[in-house]
Design a protein around this ligand. Structure first.
Ligand SMILES: [Zn+2]
Length: 751
């Protein structure tokens, strides 16, 4: 099977047309010289601009510099491919030509002054890679970026995307991009070969380095690139997943997903590959979807997987601000597409549709085109989008790629059959097959009208058969081809029909309640493939909270009434469709305590919303516990990365590790670690710490704003995790310094 390339498809659904246009406006607004500013610094060349971009691209403070230019190469190439506007294509091509030429020049200049490191191409110095390998640089040369291989992966992937898109369209550009990528691959191979412990660099997020190097190998055919890729395969992890073990708890989610893209690439590019690589990716997908995934298709809390089936706990109790990082769904969709290609199991296409709508489309502001980082699943939140030029989050990087290929999974073909996978309105133009297909849907995908015509009416259409995907959400499906109707079995994945001139498809979407496994009353409403969200007013829409390095997340207005008191157990039948001018569909539930209106989550942007609510009958509402303390600030993600450094991590003889699937930090003898929570947004009168029972009966020494405390880790029951609170009174700034010997699994500042 072959996916139909985006250049054959014109979006006509107005929501998607706008989404694509907003992305193009954003891409064309960049100064590509500025994107490369830091690359010039590393090669000791004078840059054509006096400054670079800031945010994660800054160099003076902790940063991820170089990641966004890599994403930009990919997104601009993909947008070039998807566009049918010559003027836009020309502008994107010019930008890419300019960038790739400059990158070639920078790579050569670096090689001239560092011949042993020829091929290196980066926005930060090699000291950063040395540090990952356990060779700290002298203080005046130490780097301040956090995840060097992750960033280099983006640059390599960007060059390969330019190479692939411009084959036969601009061979000079395509070849130059491949030459630069090849030299870069040679450098990585050399570096890997001299490294004794090749597992060392796997400890820090490295994106999809294995995937990108396997892909480079398919173009370069240089076996060294394949060998280098294998060093980024985490074979022990793959084996655990291949055995079906859910080892995900405590792991950084978006580090994990690309590893399995790499496992698939290993499988596809290796002669006589072990089946284990494919099984690992299949099982990983199943475990993530069945035990760690929300109704939107998203996963993770605070960027991490936690214990299986604890979705209510993670969204409503842990800290709900930072569920569902958008990068994760971007990468899950890549994995899903490839797994479908290898297995032809229709569950992958159903997940693709659900996630594409409710995690990807949902992440973009339709007015500004900017994109979300975390997507809170709980009720009471606003959506927070990146600012265009001074943040550059990871999710802005993957976001520009997602919106540059909106139609890439709409169609595929197999011999004479054309498969139709997506039901967003569009036009398909297949010149080679002499076919123009016009697909027009209504708002809820219950009615799809298709017309098929010959582009040249004197010639035959070369497609014999159409196959329409039967979505898992349709209870009853009917098809009519040129007036001839037939019922369709819902057991089948596709309806196969001979090509006709006019085809009508009817699907039968139903309203569903999808509860979390750990709380049957906590759930989301879904209509067909559309996740619904409640409309909760537009108060404090500009509010945000800091989270991680320069990241902002939505705020929850606690005083909003978000529990829904239903009148009977079978309350779903009380939800009725209503008219809406603003949204493509709307429903109303007249609950006992409030009237709630539900609309598609992906379309909400200027109102507060709730995806998951507690639906309680009057009886079980009474049993619900009273309100707990308000969390003013917290740290429960000990990652030696974004989360900890955002809290001003300082340490000496201290490290992070994992127990029971939870990360923690501990200091060794004579060691310590400290966090600075900065200015408090409201007064704090208690601090809650989370310990592990293995530290029972130990004493922890700590200092809060210069005041010393000693906490005895005591537990009356056999809980695995022990919570202890101390009373304080602080309203200004707050910093905590921990002594040695006791692992810290969570810090909650309570008001
Ligand atoms: Zn991200």
């Amino acid at each position: 099977m072959k996916w139909t390339a985006t250049n054959h498809i014109t979006l006509t659904d107005p929501y998607l047309v706008n989404a694509e246009q907003k992305l193009l406006d954003y891409l064309l607004s960049f100064d590509e010289d500025k994107l490369l500013y830091e690359f010039y610094q590393v090669a000791q060349l004078e840059a054509p601009t006096s400054t670079g971009y800031q945010g994660w691209e800054r160099s003076d403070l902790i940063n991820f510099r170089g990641h966004f230019p890599g994403h930009y190469l990919s997104a601009a190439a993909l947008a070039f491919k998807a566009s049918d506007d010559q003027a836009i294509q020309n502008k994107l091509e010019q930008k890419l030509e300019n960038m790739v030429k400059q990158l070639g020049h920078i790579q050569e200049a670096y090689a001239a002054i560092n011949p042993a490191s020829a091929g290196y191409l980066s926005a930060f110095t090699e000291a950063s890679l040395d540090a990952v390998e356990g060779i700290p640089a002298p203080a005046n040369q130490a780097e301040n970026n956090l995840v060097p291989w992750y960033i280099l992966h983006k640059v390599l992937a960007g060059l390969l995307d330019v190479h692939e898109v411009f084959i036969q369209k601009n061979d000079a550009l395509s070849q130059l991009a491949l030459e630069i990528a090849t030299r870069f691959g040679d450098y990585i191979y050399k570096r890997m070969m001299r490294l004794k412990d090749k597992q060392l660099m796997l400890q820090i997020e490295y994106g999809g380095m294995n995937d990108a190097l396997y892909r480079l190998f398919t173009f370069s055919k240089n076996p060294n690139h394949h060998t280098a890729a294998t060093y980024f395969d985490e074979v022990e992890l793959f084996k655990a997943l291949a055995r079906g073990e859910d080892v995900l708890a405590g792991k950084h989610a978006n580090t994990m997903i690309p590893k399995f893209l790499g496992a698939l690439s290993h499988y596809e590019t290796t002669e006589n590959p072990e089946e284990m690589y494919l099984t690992a990716a299949i099982n990983f997908w199943d475990i993530v979807i069945n035990h760690h995934t929300y109704a939107t298709g998203g996963n993770s809390q605070s960027e991490h997987f936690h214990l299986a089936d604890e979705l209510y706990h993670d969204a409503a109790i842990r800290v709900g601000d930072c569920t569902c990082e958008t990068c994760n769904t971007h990468n899950m969709l890549k994995l899903t597409r490839r797994l479908y290609q290898l297995t032809h199991d229709s569950k992958y296409l159903d997940y693709y549709e659900r996630t594409y709508i409710n995690a990807i489309l949902a992440s973009q502001n339709p007015e500004t085109g900017m994109m979300m980082y975390f997507q809170p699943m709980d009720a009471g939140y606003n959506k927070v989008y990146n600012r265009p030029y001074d943040e550059f989050w990871c999710c802005t990087g993957t976001g520009i790629e997602s919106f540059a290929k909106l139609s890439d999974t709409f169609y595929f073909s197999d011999e004479d059959t054309l498969f139709i996978n997506s039901y967003f309105s569009n036009q398909l133009h297949l010149a080679k097959a002499n076919l123009l297909l016009n697909l027009q849907s209504n708002a809820d995908f219950s009615q799809i009208n298709i017309t098929a015509t010959a582009i040249d009416s004197n010639q035959p259409i070369l497609i014999q058969e159409l196959a329409f995907r039967i979505p898992n959400w349709s209870q009853k499906t009917r098809i009519e081809v040129d007036g001839q109707g037939q019922e369709v079995s819902n057991e089948a994945d596709f309806i196969f029909v001979a090509l006709g001139k006019e085809i009508q498809l009817s699907f039968d979407p139903q309203l569903q309640f999808e509860a979390t496994p750990d709380n049957p009353n906590y759930g989301a409403l879904v209509y067909g493939p559309f996740v619904l969200a409640s409309r909760l007013g537009n108060e404090a829409m500009d509010a945000d909270n800091p989270n991680g390095i320069l990241v902002r997340v939505g705020t929850k207005l606690d005083y909003l009434e978000t529990d829904i008191i239903v009148e009977k157990e079978d309350w779903l039948s009380d939800i009725k469709p209503i008219e809406s001018e603003k949204y493509s569909m709307a429903f109303e539930l007249k609950a006992s305590n409030q009237h709630v209106e539900f609309v598609p989550y992906y379309q909400i942007h200027d109102e507060r919303y709730g995806i998951y609510h507690l639906y309680l009958t009057a009886a079980n509402n009474k049993q619900k516990n009273g309100k707990s303390d308000q969390i003013v600030d917290s740290l429960n993600n000990f990652d030696h990365n974004n989360s900890e450094f955002a809290k001003g991590l300082e340490f000496n003889h201290s490290f992070i590790a994992t127990k029971e699937g939870k990360n923690y930090r501990i200091a060794e003898d004579n060691g310590w670690f400290a966090y600075d929570f900065g200015k408090l947004k409201s007064p704090v009168n208690k601090v809650r710490f989370v310990f592990h029972q293995e530290d029972l009966n130990k004493e922890l020494q700590l200092t809060i704003n210069d005041k010393r405390y000693s906490i005895a880790v005591e537990g009356l029951n056999a809980e695995v995790f022990i919570e202890k609170e101390i009373e304080i009174e602080e309203a200004g700034e707050l910093s905590i310094r921990f002594g040695a010997g006791v692992g810290i699994f969570g810090i909650y500042l309570l008001g």
